[in-house]
Design a protein around this ligand. Sequence first.
Ligand SMILES: *[C@@H]1O[C@H](CO)[C@@H](O)[C@H](O)[C@H]1NC(C)=O
Ligand SMILES: *[C@@H]1O[C@H](CO)[C@@H](O)[C@H](O)[C@H]1NC(C)=O
Ligand SMILES: *[C@@H]1O[C@H](CO)[C@@H](O)[C@H](O)[C@H]1NC(C)=O
Length: 318
Amino acid sequence: MHAVLTFLACLAASAAAAVVDTHQRAAAVTGTAGCGQTHWFNGITQYHGLTSGGVDRSYSIHLPSDYNASLPYPLVLGFHGSSSIGFFFEADTGMSESKYSAGKIMVYPNGVGGAWAGANYSEASVPEDLTFVSDLLTEIRANYCIDNSRIYATGLSIGGGFVNTIACSAVGGEFAAFAAGSGSFYTDNTGVDVGCAPARSPLPMLEIHGGADPDVLYAGGQGEGGFEPAIPDWLSWWAQRNQCGGNTTESLFNDDVQHSVWTCAGVEGVLQHWKVDDMKHCWASTTLDFSEIAAGQGPTPIDASTIVMAFFDQFTKP
Ligand SMILES: *[C@@H]1O[C@H](CO)[C@@H](O)[C@H](O)[C@H]1NC(C)=O
Ligand SMILES: *[C@@H]1O[C@H](CO)[C@@H](O)[C@H](O)[C@H]1NC(C)=O
Ligand SMILES: *[C@@H]1O[C@H](CO)[C@@H](O)[C@H](O)[C@H]1NC(C)=O
């Protein structure tokens, strides 16, 4: 029942908000094979099945309400947290609303057993879930008009961890930038060269984490699904992988929030981190969202959906 209500509220919000979508894209971008195909019910999230590795998988997709099949659009994949599905991540983050994703195509994949590969409780293996990402990109490109230089991935908790798993793999080379909220980095928890082979360097990465997260500890340790790295260690590995110098850290909101920015291979802000000292395990939002309620957390001073989209807008795949 809760699921249905959440879904309907979300449909209503996205249909109403998408009317003001604006398009900003490079003039000379070539779209994918899906350009020219007509779609119906644009602005309303729709559910699709997909077979990957012989397994039935699924995702939901939200097109801008004024989707024009002759224009190449940026694509954002949004990965839900554990015991969840794409529709909940969409509702929690509000990212299909045009104030966040104006002119972008949003896709919310569903994990096997409500989770993503990497944890000891995950039902899909890392190769299986990475193949799903690859198959999903193939399907989206074939059916929709996508700007291949502007494909992004974001996620919450184990979904954030899986975004990092993508960034550490060959298929990560298809993406322009990555962003994780309260990420549990089970597959990248040992050191700079262990379990992570990014397809290129630098590879833009952003992470937002609560200093008071009781589930995925900022200081690292045993998590629900295995060992998790200390967030500063994990950032230091990305700083090395991305050829970054030291960070500059700005303290905000009466020292509750620290925003750290690295300049990497000469490009400012390729690696970024937001630490909210008193935040628990959730998707940061200035207006109370579902994961904040579930975490016993009030609204936070920063808004993850705004930060993530602004970060993505800075980067195109070279
Ligand atoms: C779609 O975009 C093309 C290319 O910019 C433009 O010529 C066309 O008028 C647009 N269609 C609509 C319905 O806005
Ligand atoms: C998964 O890892 C956690 C943390 O190490 C551990 O407490 C838990 O027992 C493990 N669960 C399984 C099913 O292995
Ligand atoms: C930023 O750099 C300082 C100095 O090296 C380091 O102590 C700190 O952990 C870094 N901040 C983050 C978030 O990694």
